[in-house]
Design a protein around this ligand. Structure first.
Ligand code: BYC
Length: 474
């Protein structure tokens, strides 16, 4: 297979000169395309989609928009420019020069972190594979596809690191990333949330708001890494992550706005009546929020984790905004609060700070998340509706860590299994909620038209006018 490297694979890693990398990619790229055809957006291969392609790390490298068939998308490999004299900012190697190659003793752990990160990217494309069939508009369909191709690029980013720095086992891991499948009982994706279905567009917007935000925090922690190629790659990925979270936040806001407009117009706050009017009632939105939030909290790992301590001490993974934190960046004699149960209640106890780093990142995530929920509440408030959304307690519906399996109400009360089962239908989406939301999902593809259950966006992509043809269906 002949690849014109500079053109076909935009990159700043000197691909045209790197024969080893070329050989690895020549093998992997066709397999990636096979995976894309099999597991990428269903029925979309012939569409020409108005997509943004990253063509350089310069800020103007982002302004490249054109109609392109997705299998022809130019998945590129970009690392943010190397910062001369960068030193390690935390852990046992603090103050030493960052590494351009993988130290032998940290190879297994680094590979594991890169593989875990890489695995989430194709997983999310698989989860979102059927959504295009029920898109609420061309604008939204285009955003879905943009998210999908960028997750594909994030996979490339991790595969580049595996191919370039991990030899044969890196190549094997890169292949395995194309073989696991979201939700497959025999060969599932690594982390729990990436094996859940994304069955409808409300779930998609919640996923991009909540779960892509886990991406933001995990990537931020990896931008601190002593392994400089990982730090520089993840720094660049964060630019794309920001767009995904925007799709989520604005998507949910538009669903809320439409619901509130209909409630006001028909002077009703009865969820059943609201449903009859063809929009998503606010309690159902709250239940979706509870689900996606709690499933995403699990992605941060166990509250007390020796893996997390090792990753930090050895310099592989830092904290969110490490250099803004005022402490010794070694954390050996510090503590951090985590939750436990005692006497049927959740209580806060101090754990060694090094072991509690997953919990610290989860807490940083929670702060960031809550502010966006506040912005959704402003939309509701502006419409004069009394309802308010909120995030449930950190212990609600957890499956990973010390709180796993505990029955905790959204307000933090520890419940008996019987109390939980009697009330869970008010807190998590029921089969009925999901089939109602599914029943709203038609397919709207006329330029400038939107499904009844969602308000139009405030502005078009790349300042395009409302009836712009984002997709040429061919
Ligand atoms: N599901 O010591 P612990 C994104 C396992 S999202 C299933 O706490 P550790 C994106 C764990 O593997 C960001 N299993 O684990 C978003 C371990 O297994 P072993 C993705 C889980 O190592 C949207 C055991 O439980 N990036 O980019 O601290 C669209 C003990 O746990 C889960 C990263 O995650 C789970 N949720 O793990 C597209 C960054 N959690 O060793 C993309 C890389 C834990 O006992 N990953 N386990 O067999 C890491 O830094 C860490 O591995 C984790 C925490 C954050 C996942």
């Amino acid at each position: 297979m002949n690849i014109n490297y500079g053109d076909r694979i935009p990159n700043n890693v000197n691909l045209s000169e790197d024969k080893t990398l070329q050989r690895a990619l020549e093998h992997w790229q066709p397999e990636f395309l096979n995976w894309w055809r099999e597991m990428g957006p269903e029925g979309s291969q012939g569409y020409e989609v108005y997509l943004r392609t990253a063509v350089s790390v310069h800020p103007s490298g982002w302004t490249h928009y054109e109609h392109v068939k997705m299998p022809d998308y130019r998945w590129g490999i970009f690392l943010n420019p190397q910062q001369p004299d960068r030193t390690i900012g935390f852990g046992d190697h603090m103050g030493e020069a960052v590494w351009q190659d993988v130290p032998g003793e940290y190879r297994a752990n680094l590979r594991r972190i890169i593989v875990t990160q890489g695995d989430t990217e194709p997983a999310s494309v698989e989860q979102q594979r059927h959504l295009g069939l029920t898109c609420p508009s061309q604008y939204d369909l285009r955003n879905l596809f943009q998210v999908n191709v960028e997750e594909g690029r994030h996979l490339w980013a991790m595969v580049y690191l595996l191919h370039r720095h991990f030899g044969r086992d890196g190549r094997e891991e890169a292949e395995a990333l194309l073989q696991r499948r979201s939700g497959d009982a025999n060969n599932s994706r690594i982390l729990g949330a990436f094996n859940e279905k994304t069955p409808d567009w409300l779930a998609f917007f919640m996923f991009t708001y909540f779960t892509d935000r886990d991406g933001k925090f995990q990537l931020c922690a990896l931008t601190e890494s002593a392994f400089d190629p990982l730090a520089r790659t993840t720094r660049f990925m964060l630019m794309e992550e920001a767009h995904h979270m925007y799709v989520g936040e604005s998507g949910v806001a538009r669903v809320i706005r439409r619901t509130c407009d209909v409630m006001r117009e028909h002077k009703t706050d009865d969820p059943q009546r609201v449903r009859e009017l063809g929009v998503v009632d606010l309690p159902t939105i709250q239940r979706y929020l509870n689900f996606h939030y709690s499933v995403t909290l699990d992605l941060f790992g166990a509250d007390v984790s020796s893996n997390a301590a090792t990753f930090y001490s050895t310099g592989l993974k830092g904290r969110y905004e490490e250099n803004r934190i005022q402490d010794d960046h070694i954390l050996k004699d510090r503590s951090y609060p985590v939750l436990q149960t005692a006497g049927g209640e959740l209580v806060s106890v101090e754990a060694p700070a090094l072991n509690a780093l997953n919990e610290k990142l989860r807490d940083d995530y929670i702060k960031d998340t809550v502010s966006g929920v506040g912005r959704w509440n402003k939309v509701i408030q502006k419409c004069g509706v009394a309802f308010r959304l909120s995030v449930p307690h950190k212990g609600f519906n957890r499956q990973i860590g010390a709180l796993a399996g505990l029955k905790v109400a959204p307000d933090g009360r520890v419940l008996s299994p019987a109390e939980w089962h009697a009330n869970v239908h008010e807190w998590l989406p029921t089969d009925d909620d999901r089939s109602f939301v599914r029943s709203l999902m038609g397919r709207v593809t006329d330029p400038g038209k939107f499904a009844n259950w969602i308000a139009p966006p405030e502005k078009g992509v790349n300042r395009k006018e409302g009836d712009f043809e984002y997709i040429r269906f061919g």
